[in-house]
Design a protein around this ligand. Structure first.
Ligand SMILES: Cc1ncc(COP(=O)(O)O)c(C=O)c1O
Length: 442
């Protein structure tokens, strides 16, 4: 079930593609060659409705001229400058701008180049925070089953996806995992936050008792998990988790790589869901996916714990050559201008009810066993074919693509996260196309 290899396709051998079945893809490549607004254009000159904002990245829609111009201007002015013991104005300007949209108190920003790097950075900041305060025992990190925190060693260790770490050795020591919150029968076809599951956060007390609460440095979770199939936090769950972290005395890290920058109707899930972590990991939507970039937001107290030794000392031995890259910052500032002017940070809250209504109309379509949503996120879970997990999901993905919609599937779960500029007519088209694709596969 693949497209024929396009005659205008480049040679595909050299690019070892990430998270891709390379041989199958290269037998029938699907190439996106341009993009504007809500749409990609494919190599065979078809309009493809973007149901995934690229990869949860292009929140302000494609081909924004303002971002193009800002990047070009910045590249012509200052293409690159280091941020180790040196600085350049736009990195400071962008950090201040980000701090101004962050929840109160999160006014210290560390720049990275990806979500994975934001996760590594946050884990290290958490460990170093306790060390800086003289508490050298707190070295354990707690993640969650079905969590995705990128692909570096820290992230795959606290993450809860076995395929992402099976062949890569033991990973970080001293890691444990909370149970995931998915699959409770009471929550099937829940609209918005599911009603059942807050009690699962109390498992943190059990894990802490097992290892000794004084050894736990931090807990990391995605407020909404995307990569393992759109898992929405049950009502009260994140609040319980916050309370448990306070009891234990450890930090709480929210990995907002997919929820940051407007996905849930406010700038961050932290604000939309009303639960305050200590560190927030972001990337993707930070500059509309225009250039690689991420940022970790730290609560002022976490940052200030580092600012104690001699002033001549480097406080945090961590960073990247391209931390605060000038062009990535320029793209970010232009993105924030657009998001602010067009009200995109809160757009998901406005169009969310229509999104929810249309999405749940797919209840009863072939193979659908659950539908879930929050903000401008949607998940449609399909029953797997006997013994072949993911096969049906892949076929739906291909059928939808052939019919002109880009969706994402993780196993047999369709994960939707369209650009925040989406209109009701696009939602209709996306839902209708998915409905047709579901009817077209066995
Ligand atoms: C929650 C979460 N954390 C981290 C990452 C990793 O981001 P990146 O692929 O930019 O390294 C992702 C990517 O999808 C993500 O969804």
């Amino acid at each position: 079930m693949t497209n024929p290899a396009p005659s205008n396709a480049p040679a595909t051998d050299a690019f070892w593609m990430p998270f891709t079945a390379n041989r199958r893809f290269k037998a029938g490549p699907r190439l996106l060659v341009s993009a504007s607004g809500m749409f990609y254009r494919s190599h065979d000159d078809r309009e493809i409705l973007d149901g995934t904002a690229g990869l949860w990245t292009v929140n302000a829609g494609h081909g924004r001229q303002e971002i193009v111009d800002a990047v070009a201007r910045q590249m012509a002015t200052l293409d690159y400058a280091p941020t180790f013991q040196m600085g350049h104005p736009i990195a400071f300007e962008f950090a201040e701008r980000l701090a101004s949209i962050a929840p109160d108190g999160f006014d210290r920003v560390f720049f990275t180049n990806s979500g994975s790097e934001s996760v590594e950075t946050a884990l290290k900041i958490a460990l170093g925070y306790h060390y800086a305060r003289g508490d050298h025992r707190r070295t354990r990190l707690i993640g969650r089953e079905r969590g995705y925190h990128g692909t570096n060693f820290g992230g795959i260790s606290v993450g809860g996806i076995v395929t992402n770490r099976r062949v890569f050795g033991p990973g970080l020591p001293g890691v444990d995992h909370l149970p995931h919150t998915h699959g409770l029968a009471e929550n099937v076809f829940a609209q918005g936050q599911p009603p059942q599951g807050a009690h699962l956060a109390k498992e943190l007390d059990r894990i802490a008792a097992l290892h000794g609460p004084e050894t736990i440095a931090a807990v990391i979770v995605e407020p909404v998990a995307g990569s393992t199939g759109v898992l929405i936090p049950p009502v009260g769950y994140l609040e319980e988790l916050r309370a448990a972290c306070d009891r234990i005395g450890c930090l709480l890290i929210f990995d907002e790589v997919i929820t940051g920058y407007g996905r849930l109707g406010q700038a961050f899930a932290t604000q939309a869901l009303g639960v305050r972590p200590d560190l927030i990991c972001t990337a993707k939507g930070i500059n509309n996916g225009a250039l690689p970039m991420g940022a970790v937001f730290a609560r002022r107290e976490v940052h200030d714990a580092y600012m104690t030794g001699p002033e001549s000392m480097i406080e945090l031995f961590h960073g990247y050559t391209c931390s605060g890259h000038p062009a990535a910052c320029a793209a970010g500032l232009a993105t924030m201008d657009i998001m602010e002017r067009e009200g995109l940070m809160t757009r998901a809250a406005e169009i969310g009810p229509y999104w929810q209504k249309r999405l749940h109309e797919l209840k009863g379509a072939p193979h659908v066993i659950d539908i879930r949503n929050l903000g401008l996120i949607g998940g449609i879970e399909l029953s797997p074919r006997d013994g072949v997990v993911g096969a049906r999901g892949y076929d739906v993905f291909i059928k939808a693509y052939e019919a002109g919609a880009l969706i994402r599937v993780t196993g047999d779960i369709i994960a939707l996260s369209p650009p925040l500029i989406i209109e009701e007519s696009h939602i209709d088209r996306l839902v209708d196309t998915i409905g047709e694709a579901l009817h077209a596969v066995d």
